[in-house]
Design a binder for this molecule. Structure first.
Ligand SMILES: O=C(CO)[C@H](O)[C@H](O)COP(=O)(O)O
Length: 232
């Protein structure tokens, strides 16, 4: 029986095999993205020349520790390849839910700036339809109670994410997260728009039309979802 961590490592290693010399990468957040960073560090130590824009302070710290050179948007507004995990993946549309690790805003900025976003997951992340769990929604800390009330009125059933000490969770950008459960998601794009229309919402964990391919590790194999052809 192969454990979930071993599956995540397989997906992560398959993604890092796609990295080419000279690339500027997006470095994702979460346990699978961190396994990719470890695999990347091995290639960097062997001579691969790359740099990466981190999607969280935690990823930046790990990259420094592992000797993976960091880059920023001041030097690169377009990235070659982002490698990141996901909480839920719809296999046909490659629509994702991300942000249960709390890094969704930076992850989305990095994904949108990348020519290709390669998503790495184990098979437990595949869903028939998005919404098995809550959708993380990043909201401005100022007036969060008012934003929260507007989300409630919109039927999003928000739950404020809290840190282990009970205080509202703070993202790297100093925002809070409302984990929203609007019920069955028939139209993710419409839901995304409704969430964004709420004043105080910064970004949603719905990643639609951003993933290029998804690498899915199962006990049987490592499979690829999505078109081989990179987006133009
Ligand atoms: O979106 C994320 C963090 O904000 C992560 O990529 C997502 O939560 C998946 O994490 P893991 O690889 O640990 O299962």
């Amino acid at each position: 029986m192969i454990g979930q961590d071993a599956l995540k490592r397989r997906a992560a290693e398959a993604a890092v095999a796609e990295v080419e010399d000279g690339m500027v990468l997006g470095l994702g957040s979460g346990s699978t993205a961190e396994l990719a960073l470890h695999a990347l560090a091995v290639r960097v130590a062997a001579g691969l020349r790359v740099s990466g824009v981190p999607t969280s302070a935690r990823t930046a710290g790990l990259a420094r520790q592992l000797g993976v050179p960091l880059a920023d948007f001041a030097a690169h507004t377009r990235l070659d390849l982002a490698i990141d995990g996901a909480d839920e993946v719809e296999p046909v549309s490659l629509a994702l839910i991300k942000g249960r690790g709390g890094a969704l805003l930076r992850e989305k900025i990095v994904a949108a700036a990348s020519r290709r976003m390669l998503v790495v997951v184990d098979e437990s992340k595949l869903v028939h339809r998005l919404g098995r769990g809550a959708i993380p929604v990043e909201i401005v800390a100022f007036g969060w109670q008012a934003t929260f009330a507007r989300l409630e009125a919109a039927g999003m059933h928000p739950v404020l994410r809290r840190a282990t000490d009970g205080a509202p969770f703070l993202t790297d950008g100093g925002n809070h997260i409302a984990d929203c459960s609007p019920g069955q998601i028939d139209d993710a794009a419409a839901l995304d728009r409704r969430l964004r229309d709420v004043i105080g919402v910064v970004e949603t964990g719905l990643f639609l039309g951003l993933a290029w391919r998804v690498i899915v590790a199962s006990a049987k194999d490592v499979g690829w979802l999505g078109p081989e052809q990179p987006p133009t």
